[in-house]
Write a protein that binds this ligand. Structure first.
Ligand code: ZN
Length: 259
């Protein structure tokens, strides 16, 4: 045990463990390693995550607030299910919020905000090229996801509304879950699009301080793929939790139990 950890009080150590477990579980749900509707058995998971059942329950309770986990029965938990209706609803709400947020950011942002947008755009652009050259590489996809989210968050970061920024970060999280669960749909939906050109146009509009144009471009950008998603769901029918879980064969973390 390091000196630093040795000096930690019991409460601080518990807090750190809960936060770590929360982040790991969250990541596993968003990445699809824990699948929609999967039962989360505390007695199994505590071995997988190497924590006590108390810590695990605290982390799972926090994930309920993120709408990634639902309580079941007296003391049970499940991964929250997904549905096409939810994705379409999410898309609509994200469009509404992000348009408002980008308008506010264009109005209130200073030069530091502009610099943050340009930096995030530059980093995303580098990964977009790598992604286009190597679309099957999971590490590249992971980095692209991270930088894509960072770019959109940088765009709206000058919005003075803390709630708006919070709701949008929640929406991005849910979105990423769908993208990972239906990677093939996400890939096919983005075919024929030029995300770099779309992002460039948004950056140009915000730097020119044209909030209305930026809002219109953001709406087009967010909604461009949703029709393809809707068509996919129409084709496969209403995706129930089990079908969704089976829709793609997700690699599981070594040692992870399957139920
Ligand atoms: Zn984007």
């Amino acid at each position: 045990m390091s000196k630093g950890r040795g000096l930690m009080t019991g409460n601080a150590r518990d807090g750190t463990l809960i936060a770590r477990t929360y982040n790991e579980l969250k990541n596993d749900i968003i990445r699809g390693r824990l699948t929609p509707h999967e039962k989360l058995r505390v007695e199994h998971l505590k071995h997988d995550y190497d924590v006590s059942s108390g810590t695990l329950r605290e982390a799972l309770t926090m994930l309920m607030a993120d709408r990634l986990v639902v309580a079941e029965g007296q003391r049970g938990f499940r991964v929250r299910s997904i549905s096409p209706q939810e994705l379409l609803d999410l898309n609509r709400i994200r469009v509404l919020l992000e348009k408002e947020a980008i308008r506010q950011a264009v109005e209130c942002g200073d030069e530091d905000w502009e610099a943050g947008v340009v930096t995030a755009f530059h980093l995303l652009g580098k990964t977009t090229t790598a992604f286009a050259n190597d679309p099957e590489n999971p590490e590249v996809l992971e980095l692209w996801e991270e930088r894509h989210r960072a770019f959109h968050l940088a765009l709206i970061s000058a919005s003075p509304s803390e709630w708006l920024r919070y709701f949008l970060s929640m929406a991005y999280q849910q979105y990423e879950r769908y993208r990972h669960l239906f990677l093939e749909v996400a890939r096919s939906a983005s075919r024929g699009r030029d995300p770099h050109a779309e992002h460039t146009a948004i950056v140009d509009a915000v730097l020119a301080r044209d909030g209305d144009l930026a809002a219109t471009l953001v709406e087009q950008h967010i909604s461009a793929s949703i029709d393809e998603w809707a068509q996919y769901f129409e084709k496969v029918g209403m995706v129930g939790p089990d079908q969704a879980a089976a829709a793609e064969d997700k690699p599981r973390r070594k040692g992870r139990r399957t139920s």
